[in-house]
Write a protein that binds this ligand. Structure first.
Ligand code: F6P
Length: 346
């Protein structure tokens, strides 16, 4: 077993609040506990494709970054070394440059790499993965860091929408992130007291929502808050109108026509990915970063750190990726929401 002397660390895919907490924890424990050198790999794996861009991280580099949003290393959704796209003779070609990436890592003296990323980045991960996504849709972990902060942002927005919706007697729709899974929508919707929640896991019809809006009017509630996950499956009549933009705009227009109510739409977008991580995400990120270095110290490679119950542990990356954790339409969370009178449009 060769001794570890130097580790690399990179962030890949969309950013999430708490990335800097993981970087800080990994760098601190690597240097203070294990006496390793740490190389910061910028912009996903770009710093291994162009190794001259990578540089050593010191304690000074991670000082003060715990509450900071984003990632000090930068990130990218592109640059998968196994499917690397380049332009050659004016044509796009896809190459596997993973051997070159590994050779560059070795040339930098790196013995193991911590990849902080979502499902896509974990598949590319070389040694040790730390899961990240605000969508909270990775199966292997109870929760991903970044989700709690995104939930806070979305809930704050719904609280603000609530007062203006009530004052103006309007239907107000809030579109939140969640490409495949409706975790942010359902949890922020419940937390913010939404009346309708539309999630990718439950097909909806505009008519059902309009009936619900009319029922509320009937008992004196002249406003309705609708939270919509960006990945909801559109009903056929809306699908043909879609130009690939905001789904909430389409749904809002359709409700306005059939419910004869004024509708306003707010699309939260990347606001949910920005800003300072919540205390929960700072703690989870710190635990994940420290655990990643511990696994490396034990030569426990090919693992992704995860939270299971109260414990942070390592699971095989191969087992961890590729299965999305979706909201169960028949589960307790949806049942609780329904018990609160929340309509899912079904
Ligand atoms: O996967 C996280 C996520 O925030 C999704 O909810 C969203 O659809 C996507 O990333 C947006 O990615 P981009 O930053 O590339 O637009």
């Amino acid at each position: 077993m060769t001794d570890i002397r130097c580790i690399g660390i990179c962030t890949g895919g969309g950013d999430a609040p708490g990335l800097n907490a993981v970087i800080r924890a990994a760098v601190k424990s690597a240097i203070l506990k294990y006496k390793w050198k740490v190389i910061g790999i910028p912009d996903g794996f770009d710093g291994l494709i162009w190794p001259e861009r990578s540089r050593q991280l010191t304690l000074a580099d991670v000082s003060g970054i715990l509450p900071r949003g984003g990632t000090i290393l930068g990130t990218t959704n592109r640059g998968n070394p196994f499917h690397y796209k380049t332009i050659e003779n004016g044509e796009e070609v896809v190459r596997d440059i993973s051997d070159q990436v590994i050779a560059n890592a070795r040339a930098l003296g790196i013995d193991a790499i911590i990849t902080i990323g979502g499902d896509g980045s974990q598949k590319i991960g070389l040694d040790l993965g730390v899961p990240k996504t605000i969508d909270n849709d990775l199966c292997a972990t109870d929760v991903t860091f970044g989700f709690d902060s995104a939930l806070q942002t979305a809930t704050d927005a719904i609280d603000k929408i609530h007062t203006t919706a009530e004052s103006h007697h309007r239907v107000m729709a809030v579109e939140v992130m969640g490409r495949d899974a409706g975790w942010i929508a359902i949890e922020a919707g419940i937390a913010g007291g939404a009346h309708v929640i539309l999630i990718p896991e439950i097909p909806f019809s505009v008519q059902k929502i309009c009936n619900y809006v009319a029922a509320r009017e009937g008992y004196g509630k002249h406003f309705t808050i609708i939270v919509i996950a960006e990945g909801v499956p559109l009903p056929p009549e809306l699908r043909q109108l879609s130009r690939g933009g905001s789904v909430a705009m389409l749904v809002g227009d359709a409700i306005s026509l059939c419910a004869h109510k004024e509708v306003r739409v707010s699309v939260l977008g990347h606001i949910q990915r920005g800003g300072s991580p919540s205390p929960c995400d700072r703690v989870l990120g710190t635990r994940f970063g420290a655990k990643a270095t511990e696994l490396i110290a034990n030569h426990d490679f090919g693992k992704m750190v995860c939270l299971r119950g109260e414990s942070v542990m390592g699971v095989d990356i191969a087992e961890a990726v590729g299965h999305l954790k979706l909201v169960d339409p028949n589960g307790e969370l949806v049942a609780t929401a329904r018990a609160m009178g929340i309509c899912f449009g079904d």
